[in-house]
Structures are given as structure tokens and as C-alpha cells.
Design a protein around this ligand. Structure first.
Ligand code: FAD
Ligand code: MG
Length: 366
């Protein structure tokens, strides 16, 4: 367990055990609004699911931060052992191994995340699609071999033919995939789901003021101290060492960011990130980062991935299906644009250096 410190300007800086540098967890760091007395807020971090996680406890809960962190760590380990595509013994891997042969019992975390995947698959018209597993591996992610050169169009087409969330079945207490070679990868939703489960655990323990963070998927409750609010920095996907602004998140609100700057392969000098467009079989081009604010971490996580695929125009349409969700798009182009959807103005405060680059898209629908 690592303890964070309250750094400059009251930011809570999560120190990653791996590199010792700032661990921004996919573009987000937690800042305590208006600075907070040093050590007033406690934070404990640990590694899980190939990334860093942490629990931050506001002043009222600070002395129980260690207890909460251990509770969260063991729950996240439990979810990791059920849903890791890196672990051949996980429930998810067992379901994948039966693809095209049969279904497996739909229980616990597997049942919940298969259900979420079907909902988000349908609501994003297949842009969020956990059955992209064969393509994710083919492009060298989720434990797949890093390609030296561009995968052949034949290979991409073969794998793309295995993709489609409607091939994922959840019925009669069983779940599975209908075709041989199909593979579900929960990398785009399981962390948000884990944050929601852990948040519920801590609420049941009586915690009121805390943040659960898993690889940048965060959910905030209460406040760091009376009259303050949790603030989450949004990293600049075009210059990841800096931020473009921060989010002020109310009780129970979650945030997730999907970006092209953490997990990517470089082939012939070009960067191919880990978010795959299920329609083409290729890594999404033209988008650098999408941040989503939502009333649950699973929704924020799945939507940030789905909207990253769809882009601002189509993404806007999908967002109208969700209440209390808002998004911020940063296209991958030299002229920085910060495209914010209706409702984001309630949460997002842009750093003054970028205020001229903010453009509101879409119209308020609810
Ligand atoms: P998001 O932006 O939320 O989604 C991107 C991820 O979702 C991709 O990495 C891919 O897995 C998947 N994806 C790609 N395209 C799509 C799409 N169109 N629709 C839906 N999903 C898509 N990493 C390790 O290095 N080592 C580990 O041991 C490890 N264990 C893990 C165990 C679990 C249970 C999980 C959920 C993940 C694990 N990871 C591991 C991966 C890592 O934690 C993150 O999943 C990865 O960094 C992507 O996180 P993200 O929030 O950036 O992804
Ligand atoms: Mg996601």
C-alpha cells in the first residue's frame, strides 16, 4: 500500500510504485478544492488489474482510510480473478474457452459485466463491444503479441468477422459466445464496474466522504472536508504531462477517460492505440481523449470507450440516451479543440490557457 501526499495547489498526487512519477491514471488526478490542510485527507494506493488503484478518504473518514483501502483492494482482486482476460483460469477466460461450444454458468461479476456489456453494446450501436477481443489481441494488447508490422487485411477481416456484441448470450442463468474463436475482453468496462461495487461496499461500511479510483475510473462521494468539493484534474491528451482543466464532482458522480496516449503500439513510426473500432477492425484514429462524467463508474467507463470510437457527432446522439451524462472530446490534431457536450459546463472548469479552445457541441435535451 502506498500513501499519497497532498502536493502543490492542494492536488492529491498519486505516486505510482512503478515509475515514481506522477501517476495520473488515464488523465485524471484528484485535487482537493481550495487546498486542504496537509494530511487532512488520507489516500492509500495499490496495484491491481495491471494499473494503480486508490482510496481517498475525506477528513471525516480519514482515520479509516486504511480499513477502507484494504476492503477495496480485496474486492478488486476478487473481480480481477473473475474477469481478467490475462488469467486463463478466470471466469471470463473459461467462458471464452467455451466460445462456439457451449455456455457457462452466469454468476457474480461475470453475469453482471456480461449484462452491462449487452446494454452498452446496444446503446452505443455496437461502438462499445467487448467481443472485440480477437482484434484487441491481434493488435498486440490484452496479452497479444506486439505486431512488428501492420496486421494483414486478411487477418483483420478474419478477426473482425468474429466481433459483434449480439453474439454474446446471457439467458437462463448461463452466458457465453456463439462462435468458435470469439473472445470477450472486459478491459473497457470492468474497472468502472469494480469502482461501483467497491463504492457500494464502502457506503455499507458507513463511509460518507471518499473517492474510489481504479486506473483513472473514479467515483466521488461527499466532500474532502466541510464546504469543499472533490476536484479531478483532466490530463491534456495531446501533452500528457499537463492538464486542460478540472472537474468538480458531486456526491456519487463518476468520471472516466479513454485516451490514445497510454496503451499503444508504434508501427512504421505511427501510433495505434488500444481502442478498436469494431466496424473496421482498426484502432481508432483521429481521437486523442474522451472524458465522460456519469452517475455510475461503469457507465462512465463504457461510454468513454464507446464515444472514443464514435467521435463527437455520433457520440452526441448516443449521449442523449443517458441522463446526467456529459462528455468532453479532444480530437487528435495539432490545432487543439476541446469539444464539450451539454451538461459538461456543470462540472468542467477549463484551464485559462485553453479557454479559447472550448467549443460547445449539441444542444441541451434534458
Ligand atoms: P478503456 O479506454 O476503458 O477501454 C480500452 C480497453 O477496452 C482496451 O484495452 C481493450 O481491452 C478494450 N477495448 C478496446 N476497444 C474496445 C471497444 N470498441 N469496445 C469495448 N472494449 C474495447 N493490464 C495489464 O497490463 N496487466 C494485467 O494483468 C491486467 N489485468 C487486467 C484485469 C482486468 C480484470 C481488467 C478489466 C483489465 C486488466 N488489464 C491488465 C488491462 C488494464 O487494466 C486496462 O483495462 C487497460 O489499461 C485499459 O484501460 P482503460 O481504462 O484505458 O480502457
Ligand atoms: Mg472504458
Amino acid at each position: 500500500m502506498k500513501r499519497g501526499t497532498i502536493g502543490r495547489r492542494g492536488w492529491t498526487v498519486l505516486k505510482s510504485g512503478k515509475t515514481g512519477c506522477l501517476w495520473w491514471a488515464l488523465g485524471l488526478a484528484v485535487c482537493l478544492a481550495g487546498g486542504c490542510r496537509r494530511n487532512a485527507v488520507k489516500e492509500e494506493s495499490f496495484s491491481v488489474m495491471g494499473t494503480m488503484a486508490s482510496v481517498m478518504a475525506g477528513c471525516s473518514d480519514a482515520e479509516r482510510c486504511g480499513v477502507y483501502a484494504r476492503r477495496v483492494q480485496s474486492r478488486m482482486k476478487e473481480i480481477e480473478s473473475a474477469l481478467s482476460v490475462y488469467n486463463p483460469g478466470s471466469d471470463l477466460s473459461r467462458m471464452n474457452a467455451q466460445a462456439g461450444k457451449g455456455l457457462v454458468p452466469a454468476e457474480g461479476h461475470l453475469k453482471m459485466t456480461v449484462g452491462l456489456s449487452l446494454v452498452f453494446g446496444a446503446m452505443t450501436h455496437g461502438a462499445f463491444d467487448v467481443t472485440v477481443g480477437p482484434l484487441v489481441k491481434g493488435w498486440g494488447f490484452s496479452g497479444g503479441e506486439k505486431p512488428e508490422r501492420l496486421p494483414s487485411p486478411v487477418m483483420i477481416e478474419e478477426r473482425r468477422a468474429l466481433v459483434g456484441y449480439t453474439n454474446l448470450v446471457l439467458s437462463g442463468g448461463k452466458c457465453g459466445l456463439t462462435g468458435k474463436g470469439m473472445l470477450a475482453d472486459m478491459g473497457g468496462v470492468a474497472k468502472g464496474y469494480a469502482v461501483d461495487v467497491c463504492s457500494r461496499d464502502l457506503k455499507q461500511e458507513g463511509a460518507t466522504d471518499f473517492v474510489v479510483n481504479l486506473g483513472g475510473n473514479m467515483r466521488c462521494f461527499g466532500k474532502p472536508q466541510a464546504g469543499r468539493s472533490w476536484r479531478v484534474g483532466v490530463r491534456d491528451p495531446l501533452k500528457p504531462s499537463g492538464t486542460i482543466g478540472w472537474l468538480e464532482l458531486g456526491d456519487g458522480m463518476a468520471v472516466a477517460t479513454s485516451g490514445n496516449y497510454e496503451r499503444f503500439v508504434e508501427i512504421d513510426g505511427k501510433r495505434y492505440a488500444h481502442i478498436i473500432d469494431p466496424r473496421t477492425g482498426w484502432p481508432v484514429q483521429g481521437m486523442a481523449g474522451v472524458t465522460v462524467v456519469a452517475p455510475s463508474a461503469a457507465t462512465a467507463d463504457a461510454l468513454s470507450t464507446g464515444l472514443f470510437v464514435l467521435g463527437p457527432e455520433e457520440g452526441m446522439q448516443v449521449l442523449t440516451l443517458f441522463t446526467n451524462c456529459a462528455a468532453l472530446f479532444v480530437p487528435d490534431k495539432t490545432e487543439r479543440e476541446i469539444l464539450v457536450t451539454p451538461g459538461m459546463e456543470k462540472y468542467f472548469h477549463v484551464d485559462s490557457a485553453f479557454s479559447a479552445q472550448v467549443q460547445r457541441i449539441g444542444r441541451q435535451t434534458h
